[in-house]
Design a protein around this ligand. Structure first.
Ligand SMILES: [Zn+2]
Length: 214
């Protein structure tokens, strides 16, 4: 029997996609959602792939333990490391894969995007978003009324997005693009990539707001 889903939620284990996931699952507890992780192995960020995978599994376990269970989890891996430095944006691959998933599950009527207010301020963001939408509708073969793209976080800044997550969930997220080695093979945030910088600015601005978050 094919499951019926209200929508699909691409999930990377980062703060924003975790917040989009948490908001959606708790706001619509009577609908079932398809949580979708695309594992991109592209050679430039092997350690990030590992950290994201650990984060995704830990967060989903924590949600289940909290009694939030209105989802199914599907995972797909693409290894295109042989192509050298990635020829496409991660978000394009993720949405292409999500669209093929939507074709296979015709009940899916929504796609949840984790874009936050800060993203819209970046140069070129609107163009990237427009391209993603194009990919989604082309590959899924759905019309705009059959498939809606929802942006639950579009009016929230990083602080507000971090604040809406329970501490136990926030502390399991992984957002750094280039994790760095530490003692005992533990990886840490690089504090240099764009994502780390936004997080560190927020932590600096609100020093005691996020207990246990590093
Ligand atoms: Zn980083």
């Amino acid at each position: 029997m094919t499951m019926t889903y209200r929508g699909i939620i691409p999930f990377s284990g980062g703060i924003d996609s975790t917040a989009a996931l948490y908001t959606t699952l708790t706001e619509y507890p009577n609908d079932t959602w398809l949580v979708f992780k695309v594992n991109l192995i592209n050679g430039s960020a092997a350690s990030r792939t590992i950290q994201e995978e650990l984060a995704v599994n830990a967060i989903l376990d924590e949600l289940r333990a909290m009694g939030i269970q209105n989802f199914r989890y599907k995972r797909l891996a693409f290894d295109y490391a042989q192509l050298g430095s990635p020829p496409v944006w991660d978000s394009e691959v993720v949405n292409f894969a999500a669209a093929t998933c939507i074709r296979a599950n015709p009940s899916i009527g929504e796609l949840i995007e984790g874009a936050i207010a800060d993203d819209y301020l970046q140069a070129g963001f609107d163009d990237r978003l427009a391209k993603i939408e194009k990919i989604l509708y082309l590959v899924s073969e759905k019309s705009r009324s059959e498939l809606q793209i929802k942006f639950p976080l579009q009016h929230k800044n990083k602080y507000e997005v971090m604040k809406l997550l329970p501490t136990a969930i926030l502390n399991l997220t992984w957002s750094c693009r280039y994790p760095e080695g530490d003692v005992n093979w533990q990886l840490q945030r690089c504090h240099k990539c764009a994502t780390c910088q936004t997080i560190d600015q927020t932590l600096e601005q609100y020093p005691n707001a996020f207990e246990g978050f590093e």
